[in-house]
Structures are given as structure tokens and as C-alpha cells.
Design a protein around this ligand. Sequence first.
Ligand code: AMP
Length: 299
Amino acid sequence: MPTETTAMTRVLRTREELRAALADAPRPVGLVTTMGWLHDGHRELMRTARAENATTVATIFVNPRQFNEASDYTKYPRNEAHDLEICHSEGVDLVFAPGVEEIYPDGFDTTVSVGAVAQPLEGAARPGHFDGVATVVAILFGLVGADRAYFGQKDAQQVMVIRQMARDLAIGTEVVTCPTVREPDGLALSSRNVHLSPSERAAATVLRRALIAARTAWADGERSAEAIRATMRDVLATEPLANVEYVSVADGRTLVELDAIDGPALASMAVRFGSTRLIDNESLGDLPGTLPGRQVYGG
Ligand code: AMP
């Protein structure tokens, strides 16, 4: 397949084309991995990558292995033409947008499985999800050989899993966490938000309200994790359309559920609105590896 070009943004479809394009790309190289349907959260990662690197690479690949529900994969929103416009407008130099067989060719038979940090929360709720994430990110890290890769705090456990994977497999790509980008009313941007009905979209602001309540309690000195979980559950209970899957206050390094908060912690939750599953989180204290000082409180 020929290499496509949109002004300065080159679109690569195969590993071969990507390797060739990277051979003479100025370093350092910054990488943003995405599943497309790009929004301002992805844009923020691209901007940060661009500010810190000589070459910015974005990948667009809806990774079938990280979906634990087949319907979630098939209905995942896709619009490549629009995504490429966004990459172009953010000054991304190279976009790798491969087909499934390019990432998982015939005979592919390896799974990257991260240990303890991948087990609770999203790992428990979505069996196989993090194996799929770690496997595809290991492949993309291997192909791109980036100096830095940028991930969103929105998926806090994902970035911890990837950091663990990169460290253990001696991958020389620095994993950088960027702040969550939100709608003005506080809802974290997510490609899945497009599936919310108008009433579900209005109801979904309860996630942010629950996290602000958690953050406020913590800032006021509450150190009982269960008291903070109860605060979040109380706020979520005010919204009839919210079906809570889990509410967590966990150690910010290990994601083990806490009794007493005695260091950096992560308040997080997964909540369904109809068939749409949303996650969000808030750090209680500074989490390692996170760009400081740009969290938005109160939307
Ligand atoms: P996705 O396309 O959903 O796989 O996300 C690709 C990257 O964008 C991941 O590192 C996500 O954490 C990040 N991301 C998604 N939503 C947001 C957001 N609202 N703010 C910041 N980063 C985000």
C-alpha cells in the first residue's frame, strides 16, 4: 500500500514504511498511542510530545485484544479522515495507522502479561484487558523506539501497567503521564462519550462530582479510605442513571485498596450509564511520573 501524505504529516500503514520513515527522523522521538476518534485529550498528549521532542509519532489502532466485550470493539467509534486532520493540525510528523494483520500477523503467539498492578480495578473488571494493552504497547514501543511516550492520567492504571512493562522488559522509552482533559462541566473526554444519550450525558457529570467530594474530604484531612469511598458512593447514589461497578481508594504506587491513607493515593471508579462504561480518577497526593500542577478541579 502506498505511503499517504497530508502536508507535513506522513501516514504509514506497514511496519516497513514506519521503519523507513523513522530511520532519518530527528531525535528525540515522542510517541502518542491512540485508538482514534481523537479528541482534546489526545491533542494535549500530542502537544506535550511535540513540545518536548524533535519528531512526534502518533499511532491509530483499535486494538482488538484489549476489548473484553466483542460488542465494545465492533461499536468503538472510528473516523480516520478526521483523526488524520487532527494529527495534522497538531503538527504530528508521522502517523502509524496499521491494519490488524500488520500488528498481529499470521502465527502471532505472544502475550505480555503484567503482574500485580494489572490485577485490581480495571484488571479485575475487564479480564484480559491489560494483557491486550501491554502486548500492543510493547509492539508499538518496539517498532517506534521512541525516547518518550505520552499517556493520559484518565487511564491511571493503564499508565502504571505500561510503566511496569517498559521497566521490566528494558524498553528504553520514558513513560510520561499527562493530566486528564475535561469538558467544561467536568466530564473527562473519552471516545466512548459519543455513545451517551442526552440524559446519560447529563448524568455522567456525577463522576466528577464524586471525585471532587473525595478530593475535598482528603484535603480537609480525612485519611480513612473507607470514609472517602463512602463519600463517593453517596454522591453517585444521587444519580439514578449511574450503575456503579466499583469505587476505589487505593495506594498510588501499587493500587492495593487502602484502609488508612498514608501516602499518595488514587481515588477511582467505573460506572455504567446504560451500555456505556465510563472510568475516571483523582489523585490524592502527587503520583509518581505525573506532570505536576495542571489538574483541573471543578471543571
Ligand atoms: P485511547 O485512544 O482511548 O486509547 O487513548 C489514547 C491515550 O489518550 C491514552 O494514553 C489515554 O489515557 C489518553 N486519553 C484519553 N482520554 C483522555 C483525556 N480525557 N485526557 C487526557 N488523556 C486522555
